[in-house]
Design a binder for this molecule. Sequence first.
Ligand code: IPM
Ligand code: MN
Length: 353
Amino acid sequence: MKLNIAILAGDGIGPEIMKQGVAVLDAIAEKCGHEFAYEEAICGAHAIDEVGDPYPDATHEVCMRADAVLFAAVGDLKYDHNPTAKIRPEVGLLAMRKKLGLFANVRPVATFDCLLHKSPLKDELIRGADFVVLRELTGGMYFGEKYQDNDKAYDTDIYTRPEIERIVKLGFEMAMKRRKHLTVVDKANILASSRLWRQIAKEIEPQYPEVTTDYMFIDNASMRVLTEPRFFDVIVTENTFGDILTDETACITGSMGLQPSASLGEHTPLFEPVHGSWPQAAGQNLANPLAQILSAAMLLEHFGLEKEGALIREAVDASLAANVRTPEIQVEGGAHYGTREVGAWIVNYIKNA
Ligand code: IPM
Ligand code: MN
């Protein structure tokens, strides 16, 4: 297969983990006879420095003409320390999501048996947890009308019927491909936007009689994902709830450095780690490249390259089993492996598979 992939490495640890993600894609291309061409583009804080825009038009054009985008992370301390700055890396991220129409953010949550002890939760509670959070990504408070003066501020949590319908349907479709269990997470006891979500989900529910559907308030859901994570199969929820819930679910996996995601919608699909740009670690060969590498696996699987995705996952599992791990998940007394070494080990595994 021929694929044109836009590469948006972004800021902080982004370029380091991206290098490993691309190396793994190259190894797969060579091993399985595919042709992957890359086009790099700037985004985030360094795009602000270079051209004054965190998601420049030129970058959008690169994304639009690609078959897929592999994205790393954006963000820089100088903006984290100055939350009132108008032009911010995060603004670019939101512009990218909106312009590419990426309304569906797929965030799988799974455990690795050899890393269960890295979770602050009890082994027996999380063992075998395997679910997907489907987060709506282009609506709600993130994009609704905002206002701020010295005495008053608001964000509008606005959703329209078509926006809700398309994401809820996708939730049901995903559930059909998995264990046929969908949990709609909302705050329908308080929020009007949530009540519309629930109403529309209930309208769609009869079209999927095989799916067991339940409705859960976000406060309750944020407890249940920690106390009973195996209950869940597919969770569908609005933008803000999904954002919060998926940092929480990262503690089931044991490290933010292990969570890939896919953002799908109207234009080019985009694949990115759930974690941020960790500017403090930039250039230190410390960051875990696995979330980026697993995002590349999700990219391939999106195009039907299941065997290739499975080979990457096998290589990742093997690296963990061999204790070839970055410091935050390394066993006590284990050897030091950095971003580059972990990536190189996985590339080598794929070559020799
Ligand atoms: C995420 C991030 C972003 C979000 C930030 C960086 C704007 O936290 O992708 O989860 O809130 O969506
Ligand atoms: Mn987040």
